[in-house]
Ligand binder design. Structure first.
Ligand SMILES: Cc1cc2nc3c(=O)[nH]c(=O)nc-3n(C[C@H](O)[C@H](O)[C@H](O)COP(=O)(O)O)c2cc1C
Length: 365
């Protein structure tokens, strides 16, 4: 029976297990360039034993960053810094672990403070910048009002995703994931809440999803050696917002454009959202999308117990589970999962003398 530790093939990549690390911004880059924090963090994630490590939202242009500290792949310096951190991470990672960058543009949610600086839009004395989006609609009152991208700028943005994918490939990533979720630029185009355009890039779903689909095609062409995935906010959780039925159409179009997996998240595009958050609260969205596509589907969101993760896979509700905060709290979460589920997990030989401990903790718990 397929379980959390069964290998899985995603596009061109063979993953040793079905545990992914969810992309998580570290707000610790220097003009988009990975720093020693990233070197440590990516190395740590590589040692975790997860089959798939999706490093943080990686912005394709400077103005696409959420904050001054966000990671990017828009310059030679960014590419060199990512390569340095990745070489170290891959050198120590468990055999078979693959690394991906989540390519993104924050659009109208750019020019914000780091979370530990209070989040929200940068103030005039904090070096803010003009944000852009599908339409000139701010995320919320008191947020920056974005400028609607012209068609020429949209085409340029697609090229920036392609260029960042080329950089990702040269830096040594194994895959890239398009960030079509959480109210960032691709989601801003897909959702009717934030896209009020009347040209070919707005209106019916086919037009609203055009940017995401064109980005997927451009990335596929620019970096043929990389596996390509996508993360979607499958629903906005707001009346009149994006629905799961629409997202299935987006997922199908992305599959046709060469995307090899879909990660199913939700929300992030409106302060009016009402999300019934709780353990596994988005898994039903993955399950729904999975019924309509032929590529692997990844579930995410408050999946932090090994048996919970294993059940999702065993019940066929998703093909991969992504773990976020639980891995920050316990970077060896996959070891614990292996102990709880009775699997042998290969660990770095330097750590072998500790590998038996989680099994004892699981028995004691
Ligand atoms: C510190 C932090 C940073 C995050 N950054 C990103 C990101 O860069 N891209 C993204 O798609 N989601 C991001 N997320 C959302 C996570 O990927 C994940 O979907 C969310 O935390 C729910 O999973 P969890 O309950 O396992 O943490 C972030 C979450 C946290 C806690």
């Amino acid at each position: 029976m397929t379980d959390l530790f069964s290998p899985v093939t995603v596009g061109t990549l063979d993953l040793p297990n079905r545990i992914a690390i969810a992309p998580m911004c570290q707000y610790s880059a220097n003009d988009g360039s990975a720093t020693d924090w990233h070197l440590f963090h990516w190395t740590n994630l590589g040692l975790s034993g997860a089959g798939m490590v999706t490093v943080e939202m990686t912005n394709v242009e400077r103005r696409g960053r959420i904050s001054h500290g966000c990671h990017g792949l828009y310059s030679d310096a960014n590419e060199d810094a990512a390569k340095r951190a990745l070489i170290a991470a891959k050198r120590v990672a468990n055999p078979g672990t693959v690394f991906g960058a989540q390519l993104a543009h924050a659009g109208r949610k750019a020019s914000c403070r780091r979370p530990w600086e209070g989040g929200g839009p940068l103030m005039p004395d904090e070096d803010p910048w003009q944000t852009v989006s599908a339409s000139a609609l701010p995320f919320d009152t008191d947020w920056h009002t974005p400028r609607a991208l012209t068609e020429a700028e949209i085409l340029k943005t697609i090229e920036k995703f392609a260029e960042a994918a080329r950089r990702a490939e040269r830096a040594g990533f194994d895959f890239v994931e398009l960030h079509g979720a959480h109210g960032y630029l691709l989601h801003q185009f897909i959702s009717p809440l934030s896209n009020h355009r009347t040209d070919d890039w707005g209106g019916p779903l086919e037009n609203r999803m055009r940017l995401a689909v064109e980005v997927a095609k451009a990335v596929r062409k620019a970096a043929p050696g990389l596996m390509l995935g996508a993360r979607l906010s499958v629903k906005d959780w707001v009346d009149g917002g994006l629905t799961e039925e629409e997202s299935v159409e987006v997922a199908k179009a992305l599959e046709a454009a060469g995307v090899s997996y879909i990660c199913c998240s939700s929300g992030g595009n409106s302060p009016k959202q009402r999300i019934p958050a709780g353990p596994g609260y988005q898994v039903h969205l993955a399950e729904y999308v999975k019924k309509h596509v032929g590529i692997p589907v990844r579930a995410v969101g408050m999946i932090d117990q090994p048996r919970q993760a294993d059940d999702i896979i065993r019940q066929g509700r998703a093909d991969i589970v992504a773990i976020g905060r639980a891995v920050l709290a316990d970077p060896h979460w996959p070891w614990r999962a292996a102990a709880a589920l009775g699997h042998e997990m290969p660990v770095a030989k330097q750590y072998e003398r500790a590998a038996h401990l989680p099994a004892g903790w699981e028995k004691a718990a």
